[in-house]
Design a protein around this ligand. Sequence first.
Ligand SMILES: *Cc1c(COP(=O)(O)O)cnc(C)c1O
Length: 231
Amino acid sequence: MTQTQTLSIADSRQAILERMAAAARGALMPPGGRDPADITLVAVSKQQPQEKIAAMLDAGQRVFGENRVQEAQARWVDGPNRREGLELRLIGPLQSNKAREAVALFDVIETLDREKLAAALAGAFEREGRTPRLYIQINTGEEPQKAGVAPGEADAFIARCRDHYGLAIEGLMCIPPEAEAPGPHFALLARIAQRNGLARLSMGMSADFETAIRFGATSVRVGSALFGGRG
Ligand SMILES: *Cc1c(COP(=O)(O)O)cnc(C)c1O
C-alpha cells in the first residue's frame, strides 16, 4: 500500500463526511437543519481491493456495507481484517437458505422483503442466539427486477414481521430507480416509515446521498464515491 493511496482514501472519506454534514445542516426539516451526528456513513466495500479496505480502516471508518454473504465472510472473517469493533451491514438480497450465515455474520440486515425470509430470520435468531438489527427493503419504484416490498404492501408486511414473527424492525431501506429523480422515492420511504413508527431510513448512494439526507436518511450507503470504481 502506498502512502498516497492511504491519504487519498482518508481524504475522500473526509470529503464525503463534509458533504454529508453540509446536507444535514442545510435540511429544511427540522427548522435549522439536522445534526450531522445523526447520520451514519456506511462504506460499501463490495468488490473493493484489500488495500483500499485497509486504508479505510486506517482512516477510522467502522461501518461497512456488503451485498453478498460469501464475499463478506471472505473479507471480514477469513481474510486479513479484524471483525471486532466493526458494524457490518448486509445491503444485498438474502436467500432464505443463507439466513443463518447472515445472522451469524452481520450486525444489520437491510434487505428483509418477504415472508419466507422473515420466517428464516426468526428461526436463525433463535439458533444463533444473535439478533442483528433489521430493515425492510421497499421497492419504491415498483420495478419488477428489483427486490423489496411494494409500497402498497409495506404496512401489512411490517405488521406481519412484528406480530407473527416477533421481529423488531429498526427501519426501512430503498434503492430508487436509476432513471428517475430520487427525491419522491425518498419522500415515499419516509412517509411509510413515519406511519409505521420507524425512525431509521437507509437511503442514498454515491449519486444521491445529499438528497437522501435532506429527505431524512439516517444512514447513507456510499461505495464508488468513497473508494473509487469497483474493479
Ligand atoms: C453497491 C450498492 C451501493 C453503493 O453504490 P455506489 O453507487 O457505489 O455508492 C449502495 N447500496 C446498495 C444496495 C448497493 O448494492
